[in-house]
Design a protein around this ligand. Structure first.
Ligand code: AQP
Length: 334
């Protein structure tokens, strides 16, 4: 029986992923690859919507791929590749942009937020068409399921609309994907500013736990995490966002339930709790970090794995794009 297909990706927007990426995405990808025919890409074309130093972008791309593998994505089981290695992504994005309304793209809240933040002059057209490229990523592989955070749900809805529009106009071409929204509990917040999402592009490093941080640095950041003056280890998102965030991290990494952790630390204060969490974090990420660094020590082998996976992805993507070109009436080169 063929397995349903799944697509997801991350931007190579930092030297290291942060543990929100791990808990919110990679841990789930690792599980899902067992039951889905999974495609995981490092979306370097999307990362071009931000300013990049060319050498750094190349480095971040390799590092992101190495961290996928170190976190348990198996390149022999899943198709793990770099987006720009498969040129059909950019080609299909162009076609889809011609059936996307200007107003429709303008309603995307991520674009509205980012363009408001950067100002008109610093907002590029790529940021505007970002969701169209994302639609192309997904539709090229006849994807059934897209695991995303709540913030990306609107982009998957647009993808569905574009797939249905194209199918209605030109006949059944694309599978219409459905989003699988990660649970809210999978959302990790900044340790210093626990109402803001932990993010690769956070302004300050102190609130971000990087997957490739030295273990002693991670432990220090946890010990300095913002809490409150109440003193009890208790989950209350509204009143105790800092402690609640730490509890969510603890529970996600250990697979334990939050009430059991609250019981364990009842009456013991934040120092003990943070020490316990630091041990959990170091225990989880120490081996991941070692594996990622070992993979980065043999770049030729990493590049070979990425090339083989890109070749596999290109076969599927090429077949979809050929079909699209035929249906819309492009004269094919003989
Ligand atoms: N704090 C988070 N908690 C839970 N999940 C998170 N993800 C990101 N941050 C958290 C999930 O990780 C994946 C990464 O997607 P991305 O790299 O395309 O961009 P993003 O969501 O914008 O992630 P960052 O780390 O905040 O990157 P920058 O700073 O570059 O924008 C997604 O599945 C996301 O849900």
């Amino acid at each position: 029986m063929t397995r349903p297909r799944l697509y997801s990706g991350m931007q190579p927007s930092a030297d290291s992923l942060q543990i929100g990426n791990y808990i919110g995405a990679l841990m789930q990808w690792r599980e899902l690859q067992q039951s889905y025919d999974a495609y995981f890409s490092v979306v370097d074309l999307h990362a071009l919507t931000q300013p990049n130093d060319p050498a750094e972008l190349r480095e971040k791309t390799r590092r992101t791929a190495a961290q996928y593998i170190a976190a348990g994505i198996e390149p022999s089981k899943s198709t793990l590749y770099v987006q720009s290695h498969v040129p059909q992504h950019a080609e299909l994005a162009w076609v889809l942009s011609t059936i996307t309304g200007f107003g429709e793209a303008g309603r995307m809240t991520q674009f509205k937020d980012k363009s408001a933040r950067y100002g008109t002059d610093a907002t590029n057209v790529g940021l505007f068409t970002y969701p169209v490229l994302m639609a192309a990523d997904i539709l090229l592989y006849q994807t059934d399921v897209v695991p995303v955070g709540d913030d990306q749900k609107q982009h998957v809805e647009l993808t569905r609309d574009l797939a249905e529009r194209f199918n209605n106009r030109y006949g059944a071409t694309f599978a219409v994907p459905r989003p699988v929204i990660q649970k809210d509990t999978a959302r990790i917040f900044d340790l210093q500013n626990p109402t803001a999402k932990m993010s690769k592009s956070a302004e300050s490093d102190a609130g971000v736990l990087w997957m490739l941080d030295d273990p002693s640095v991670s432990a220090k950041k946890i010990m300095r995490a913002v809490t409150d003056s109440d003193g009890s280890v208790r989950f209350d998102r509204e009143a105790k966002p800092g402690v609640s965030n730490l509890l969510v991290i603890y529970a996600a990494l250990t697979g334990r339930q939050i009430p059991a952790i609250e019981d364990e630390y009842a009456g013991r204060g934040y120092g003990d709790f943070k020490k316990g969490l630091a041990e959990v974090v170091v225990g989880e990420f120490g081996p991941v970090r070692d594996r990622a660094l070992a993979l980065l020590d043999d770049r030729a082998e990493l590049d070979r794995v990425l090339a083989a996976n890109a070749a596999k992805a290109s076969e599927v993507a090429g077949a979809t794009l050929n079909d699209v070109y035929d249906r819309i009436g492009l004269l094919r080169r003989v």
